[in-house]
Design a protein around this ligand. Structure first.
Ligand SMILES: Nc1ncnc2c1ncn2[C@@H]1O[C@H](COP(=O)(O)OP(=O)(O)OP(=O)(O)O)[C@@H](O)[C@H]1O
Ligand SMILES: [Mg+2]
Length: 344
């Protein structure tokens, strides 16, 4: 269910095949929002360039769909180099990484997605590579064991994760630049939608209509672009291709997306806590079991947005609805959330 959700921040096949790559910015100046990060990156890139060194290693963390993968490509473009993409779960053994590292050219970017899932055995290979552009490979074992050092070219490692808390501290400390990506505000999302509208060759959709999409995109560019495509389909079939505010309203309510960008799954989650558990506090596992959902999915794709909008509180005794959520759902007010309930 979660993967088919229109408002899921996680990538879906249609994103990449039809429009993801077309809509992806390729230069720093096209990258909308995250201004502080962009400033830090452009300084780091320029500093590296002046010293004739690759840029420092970068760790990007934050919720899905906010532009981490995009940034890895943008950075390598700016450095005039190539990106080599892999991911934590794809690197089962240290030797898997050796092949990749030895193929890198000077200033190339090695992008490791889901870096929190890098097996510990692989992490050991990564340390010397990050620090000295060197790989230590042990051949033979027991008495005959010996370590051979292989040099690799100076490169930039870009790690991306939605779960920075799961990263080991030795790994984390080897990144020169660590940055948390923020949710985008509606005006940044509007800028992205205007650009996407042009790239998708839509007939000048009015700004107020796009603004409505921006407000319902949960602060996430991937969702904004996906809703835009859905609205475009609706307009093509039902409104001679004209996107107006009304068309956006109709298209999105057909998908069950309300004025805050919440969909059925969000409402089911909130509704379960409200109706079954009296507004909480309740453990995530219990909510997940009642809804017949995977707790990890709820934690990764449902809760971050609800926490961000102030509908959900994570307290020491479990999840609780806030007054704002009760108002939105039209249910009885939950018990007040007192300070002592809050996690330290
Ligand atoms: N700053 C931005 N400006 C314009 N478009 C953006 C921006 N950030 C992301 N996008 C759009 O959103 C889509 C999703 O971004 P991206 O794939 O980089 O997210 P991600 O953070 O890597 O997500 P995940 O954690 O799921 O891997 C991109 O294809 C791009 O079209
Ligand atoms: Mg990504």
């Amino acid at each position: 269910m979660a993967t088919e959700r229109l408002t899921s921040p996680e990538t879906q096949p249609a994103d990449a095949e039809y429009a993801g790559n077309v809509l992806r910015p390729t230069r720093l100046e096209e990258y909308v929002g995250q201004r502080e990060l962009i400033e830090r990156l452009s300084i780091a890139i320029e500093a590296g360039r002046r010293r004739g060194e690759p840029m420092e290693h970068v760790l990007l963390h934050g919720p899905p769909g906010l532009g981490k993968t995009t940034l890895a490509h943008v950075i390598s473009n700016e450095m005039g180099s190539k990106v080599h993409t892999t991911s934590g779960p794809a690197l089962a053994r240290g030797t898997d990484l050796v092949a990749t590292l030895t193929r890198l050219e000077t200033n190339d970017v090695l992008f490791i997605d889901e870096i929190h899932r890098l097996p510990i055995a692989v992490e050991e290979f990564v340390y010397p590579a990050m620090e000295d552009f060197r790989i230590d490979v042990t051949i033979d074992s027991g008495l005959h064991a010996q370590t051979v050092q292989i040099r690799c070219k100076p490169f930039t490692l870009i790690g991306a994760t939605t779960r920075a808390g799961l990263l080991s501290s030795p790994l984390r400390s080897r990144f020169g630049l660590v940055h948390h990506l923020q949710y985008y505000d509606s005006s940044d999302l509007l800028t992205i939608l205007i650009r996407s509208g042009e790239l998708l060759e839509m007939a000048d959709p009015p700004t107020d209509a796009l603004g409505l999409i921006a407000e319902r995109s949960r602060g996430t560019p991937r969702i904004a672009n996906r809703l835009l495509r859905r609205v475009r389909d609706y307009a093509d079939v039902k409104a001679d291709g004209r996107v107006t505010k009304d068309v956006v309203e109709l298209a999105l309510s057909l998908e069950g997306i309300d004025e805050l960008g919440m969909d059925e799954l969000d409402r089911a989650y909130l509704g379960t806590i409200a109706k079954v558990y009296g507004g909480g506090p309740v453990g995530l596992e219990a909510v997940a079991a009642t809804m017949n959902q995977d707790p990890g999915t709820l934690e990764d794709v449902v809760e971050p947005f609800l926490l961000q909008t102030g509908f959900l509180a994570r307290t020491r005794r479990g999840r609780m609805l806030t007054q704002a959520a009760a108002d939105h759902l039209g249910v009885r007010a939950p018990q007040p959330i007192t300070d002592e309930l809050f996690e330290r």
